[in-house]
Design a protein around this ligand. Structure first.
Ligand code: NAI
Length: 259
């Protein structure tokens, strides 16, 4: 018999950037564990494809959202609530990378673009989530789990990625601050820090023999991470098994950071 707290039946999970990559890996595991799953992504066609995959396990819907836009997020959260009735877990995963030639040559517009998705997007998403969860708690139905996707860049130095690293450090700090303020409503808030994961975001590095030789050989697990490597942490954090686990950082990197 399966360990009962991991059963997500009756729970609703929202994953931003859930139509591909790490977000889809998390969404698929959540659906398999019994959750109803809403995904947000910019591309409606990709959303439809992911929802077709997730619907094998239960109710799933996709929403075309740009998380960098406040109104888009608030409208999508309201639509998600209308369709699902509640939201228990929100995984703020949508993010972009944008390498710059160097810090000195980093265009201001690249810096602002990365901040708008990776930081504003997480802020808008989790603020909408907290408004719902606090109201629900005040009506006698407390609880919820909030997850922010950060990166090893939050705790290590990322050359040519100061903009990206700054957003990920901010996500770690935001999750801790949310955790402290919302614990009274039965809410946990945690950050997940992926290492090198084979997704569209890292396509350039996956094509590089130099990268394979210099970086991937330093991963103790001796391989790229995969989206499905994030299924376990998603289910754990969405489940009652993590009800006393808040304000933490989960590094999922095949051991890269400690080698
Ligand atoms: P990906 O590029 O495969 O997928 C990104 C997802 O975010 C897509 O679903 C896309 O539609 C969505 N997205 C991007 N901008 C959006 C916007 N403005 N509004 C709504 N959705 C938007 O990326 P991947 O690798 O799956 O990354 C997921 C998260 O993990 C990101 O926050 C990323 O920074 C983080 N991460 C990824 C690592 C990696 O090695 N792939 C390493 C460390 C962190």
């Amino acid at each position: 018999m399966a360990y009962a707290p991991f059963d997500l039946s009756g729970k609703v999970a929202l994953v931003t950037g859930g139509n591909r990559g790490i977000g889809l890996g998390m969404a698929e595991a959540l659906a398999q564990a019994g959750a109803e799953v809403a995904i947000w992504g910019r591309d409606a066609k990709r959303n439809d494809e992911a929802v077709a995959q997730l619907s094998k396990y239960g109710k799933s819907r996709g929403y075309a959202v740009d998380v960098a836009l406040e109104q888009s997020v608030d409208d999508a959260f309201a639509a998600t609530l209308r369709d699902f009735g509640r939201v228990d877990t929100v995984i703020a995963n949508a993010g972009i990378g944008a390498a710059a030639p160097s810090f000195s040559e980093m265009p201001t517009e690249t810096y602002r673009k990365v901040l708008s998705v990776n930081l504003d997007g997480v802020f808008f998403t989790l603020r909408a989530a907290c408004r719902h969860i606090v109201e629900r708690a005040k009506n006698g139905d407390p609880g919820g789990s909030l997850v922010g996707l950060a990166s090893l860049a939050a705790i290590e130095g990322q050359a040519r990625g100061q903009h990206y690293a700054a957003t990920k450090g901010a996500v770690v700090s935001m999750m801790k601050a949310i955790a402290v303020e919302h614990a009274r409503y039965g809410v946990r808030a945690n950050a997940v820090l992926p290492g090198w994961i084979a997704t569209d975001m890292t396509e350039f590095a996956q094509q590089s023999p130099v990268f394979a030789e210099k970086v991937i050989t330093r991963v103790p697990s001796r391989r790229w991470g995969k989206p499905e490597d994030f299924g376990g942490i998603a289910v754990y954090l969405a489940s009652d098994a993590s009800s006393y686990h808040s304000g933490d950082l989960f590094v999922i990197d095949g051991g890269y950071a400690i080698f």
